[in-house]
Design a protein around this ligand. Structure first.
Ligand SMILES: Nc1ncnc2c1ncn2[C@@H]1O[C@H](COP(=O)(O)OP(=O)(O)OP(=O)(O)O)[C@@H](O)[C@H]1O
Ligand SMILES: [Mg+2]
Length: 322
């Protein structure tokens, strides 16, 4: 099999984590610390620079698994855009489809980590392409086997539709792990499902699309629309089916969670990275679980992403015929 090619499309951000002993819920006696005092200088002991944004995170999983991985979005010449591009280049992600213009900026977040692990996020969304005048050349989809659109910002469901239509005419498959902008109107999203090849969402998101109480019910109902459906429920586990077998899995490892940013991305991209390499549903779920579990043990959404040939261990998992 020649190396599969995949294109991730969607926004990117720079995330700067700030840790300080002064971000303490126990400060000032027993009074809960809830506000930053005005007019003081606070010491930050530790700082972690990371980049995020769902599409940029998944592009790194694919690259680390030896898949030809490209990333497409509108970025600017601001420091956050530069950092995102630097990170992706360093990972071997093909960024030649990034459109850079003066008017665009990557997102930027300062994430204040309190001493108890709780966080406060100061978020700037950045500036990226809208739906009315899509400033991306979707012809790039002609050259890939899979496309993974997510977190399309102002492009939202209209841009998602344009991508899905292009993929259909180009003969590329589509993985959908939608983020906020695509979930804003679940009925419009549902209308696109017949063009999706792999759907991976969490329980609450799947309940916006189909009826069902248990993960298994939700997966069974989703299979009326898509050939492969996966529903995750955080540390409570995951159910997946390709219409031939159905896999129910628990937690890969009970790890101390440092930062859960990127768990969903690592899971969905981890699954697809193995699925397109021809691995079984079960193998793809084990890798997805291992990848996301590793990501939550590190600050940032990319640091913990697994590299090729990482040794995996067994996990609680049940597989039965569909
Ligand atoms: N606390 C945890 N410990 C171990 N693994 C975890 C934990 N939380 C999440 N995971 C792993 O990450 C996967 C995806 O998590 P979850 O179901 O919360 O997705 P999500 O809600 O889409 O996440 P996101 O908010 O990142 O989009 C889970 O199936 C599990 O494998
Ligand atoms: Mg998610």
């Amino acid at each position: 099999m020649s190396t599969p090619r995949i294109l991730a499309i969607g926004k990117a951000t720079q995330d700067v984590f700030l840790k300080s002993d002064e971000f303490s819920p126990q400060m000032e006696g027993k009074v809960a610390y809830t506000h930053l005092p005005l007019g003081v200088k606070m010491e930050v002991e530790d700082i972690v620079f990371a980049t995020g944004g769902n599409a940029s995170n998944v592009a790194v999983t694919f690259a680390r698994q030896g898949i030809h991985s490209s990333y497409m979005w509108t970025l600017g010449h601001d420091p956050a855009s530069e950092t995102v591009l630097h990170d992706l280049d360093a990972e071997g992600v093909d960024t030649s489809h990034v459109v850079r213009r003066e008017k665009y900026r990557a997102g930027y977040s300062n994430i204040l980590i309190a001493t108890d692990g709780e966080r406060t996020i100061l978020n700037n969304r950045g500036v990226s392409t809208g739906a009315d005048n899509i400033d991306l050349n979707l012809d790039a989809i002609n050259d890939v086997d899979w496309v993974y659109p997510t977190s399309l910002a102002l492009g939202g469901i209209e841009l998602l539709r344009a991508i899905v239509d292009k993929a259909e005419s180009a003969g590329a498959k589509v993985m959908l792990n939608p983020a906020g902008p695509e979930l804003a109107d679940p009925q419009k999203l549902k209308a696109l499902l017949s063009s999706i090849d792999v759907l991976c969402v969490n329980k609450e998101e799947m309940q916006m699309l189909v009826d069902g109480e248990t993960l298994e019910e939700l997966v069974r109902h989703a299979l009326h629309y898509v050939p492969v459906a996966i529903v995750s429920d955080g540390p409570r586990g995951v159910v997946a089916s390709d219409g031939k077998t159905i896999v129910s899995a628990g937690m890969y490892e009970d790890v101390p969670v440092v930062d859960r940013t990127g768990a969903g991305d690592a899971f969905a991209s981890g699954f697809l990275s193995q699925w397109i390499l021809g691995k079984s549903l079960r193998e793809a779920i084990v890798f997805a679980s291992a990848n996301s579990t590793s990501v939550v043990t590190k600050f940032g959404a990319k640091e913990g992403i697994l590299h090729k040939n990482t040794e995996l261990h067994d996990m609680p998992l049940e597989e039965k015929p569909y």
